[in-house]
Design a protein around this ligand. Sequence first.
Ligand code: 13P
Length: 230
Amino acid sequence: MLIAGNWKMFKGPGEAESFFDAFDAPAGVDVVFCPPYVSLAAAVATGRTIYAQNVHWEPTGAYTGEVSAEMLRELGVDGALVGHSERRQLFGETDENVARRARAALEAGLGVIACVGETLEQRESGDTELVLKIQVEALAFAAGEHERLVIAYEPVWAIGTGKTATPEQAQAAHAFIRGLLDRPVLYGGSVKPENAAELLSQPSVDGALVGGASLDPDSFAAICRAASTS
Ligand code: 13P
């Protein structure tokens, strides 16, 4: 089981250090933290597994605001998220550039958690599998079944809304993704200590990508404990 905490634009270096002082990880579960760029160095210094929230596909260049895989490696970062729906929806990321980011990071020796998922409108119009297929196949084409690639299924309608996919909805989407690309699939979208065990008990759910509930050391530890027993 892999449990990843995506802190989004929360916790500068000081708050990150306070979090790690208070966080007590259970044994038997792989835990990854994705702090904002400015807190990566402080997080790496704890010895924990740290991923960035994005990564560019070129090693260097005139790309204001971007950070490369080589730079992350120099800092001791282990991997990166790519294709989070907030990046896709608010910052114009496409299936093509998400795939390029994933491939570059994997080739540079980083791990990658690549996010996919449908919007509410797409689900309601019956297009969930079509959307997942397009997103996953772009990743599969760029990266194949790379051993350091993990997929995160994050239905957009469940992110930060308190609405979680039912365990059956998550299981169906994960099994579909798994049929397209044989890599582990994490579930993300309003995962909380109260619903983690049931989601993680689904056969095709290999872990979780947690947003809001990863910001509090006690609630994140509770989710990690649920994973360690499922
Ligand atoms: P929430 O857990 O806050 O819904 O966020 C999920 C997410 O986007 C993790 O990447």
